[in-house]
Every structure is written in C-alpha cells, then in structure tokens.
Design a protein. Sequence first.
Length: 281
Amino acid sequence: MKKLFVLFLIFALAALYLNTFAQTTQPGFQVKTVGKGKQAVILIPGFTCSGDVFDGTAAGLGNQYTSYILTMPGYAGAPAEAAPNINNWVEEIAAYVRKNKLDHPILIGHSLGGGLVMTLTARYPDLFSKAVIVDALPCLGALMNPEFKQAETPDCSAFANRIMPMNDSAMYKMQKVTIPRLTTDTVHREQIIMWGVKTDRKTYVDTYCQFSNLDQRATISAVKIPTLVLLESSFINFKPAIEEQYKNLTTATLKYATKGLHFIMYDDTEWYLNQITQFLQ
C-alpha cells in the first residue's frame, strides 16, 4: 500500500511539473494563420485590438506570404494573463519564431504592436528581415511632453482607479467617445469599440501603463533591417518632432497617410496596402 502511495505521488508530481512546464513554454497570445507563401509575416495588433484588425492586410498580401496574425492575451476577449507584461510578450514572440522555425519573418505592428516591433528588431536584429511600424512612436509621451523621462516604476493608480471598476456598459460608453477620435471609418468602428469592451480590465490598465512609459528613442539604434514607418495624416504637423524621435532608426523610411486617423488600415486602405506591398517587394 505504501509503495502504491509513493508511485501515485511520483506520477502526481510529474504531471504537475509537465503541466507547469507546458504553461510556461506556450505563448499567451493567439495565432491565426492566413495564406501559404514561403515568406512568413507576423502581424501584431494595437492596444485592446483583436488580430482581426489585420484581416484586410493579410488578404492584401495574398498567398505570396504566410501571415501569422496575433491577438495578445487579455485583448478583445482573449484569455488574460495574471500579470500582463509587454516585455514578456516580446520574448514570447521571439520564442515563437524560433520554435516554429520561421525563417527571418517580416514584422508588421500597429500602435502598441508597432512598439513591440521596435523592441523585437532592436533586441534581436538578426531574427527578422523587414519591419513595418504602423502609427507608433518610439516615445509617445515625448510627443506631448518634450521633457518626458521614462519612470522606473510609473504610478498609474489614478488610471487604474478609473478603469478597473468599469462594467461593460461604462466601458462601452467610454469607447464610444474615444474611438471616433482614432478612426474616420464607420464600417469597423463598432467592432473596435467592442474589442475594447471585451478586453480584460487589468490587461487594459497594466499594458497601457507600460506602453505609455516606454521610451525607445535610444534603443532603436540597434535595428539593422529595412523599416517602413507609416504615420497618420495629422502627424505631418509634428514632422520635426517625429523625425527627431526616429533619428536613431537609420534604416527607417517615414511616410504620412493621405487621410484619416490612427487606424490607417481602415481610413486610408489603398495607400496603406500600396505602401506595404511595394516595401515588401
């Protein structure tokens, strides 16, 4: 009887170990694959968005590429992590590339996803072949405050106290006011709003706090691959400040959309797709 108990204990501990190992090695993000081309493209959506925001992009790329469209943990109804951390997301994406033996994939990232692209290409300059950054800046805070300095431990308690208690109805009302400032497109507006509503509140707060504190103006000097930066049309009014932020990314080409706002893929679709396809060719 004692021997059986010992065997049971060994198997139980082994199962616990394997389960823990599986959890720590599996990425938290979801992946949708589109196309069957030899060249891999990884598409990383922005704050609170589903990977579906890139459906039109993947369709425009066609079967010449295999598009790996991510939805980050806790966003748009995806299962959340206990401690969401965008730095961990960077490491998980790099690990996914290696595990799946993707040969120098292209990166495309929108908004927060563009920030992750900057970190990935600076930290792992030999892992990727090209990068497209869609309406993201190395340091968003510096555009509003020229004296901005990255905080070691940012205090986002006021923001958390406002967001965490929100039920879906309150979040919907907030998104309803916010999203028209980010897109002129009316077809996808409700969908973007609902992605925000379905986003886990802790993930919302933690990742917004981390992203708004990010300053990559110096670290992007490590990026060695060709990089295309697509910016919303109104950013042309801040061109000197934006070019100053990107001055250390010497491989970058900056282009400004002809119309629309933050969601360039919806607001200036033809221009957006033309810029990407020409750059990738």
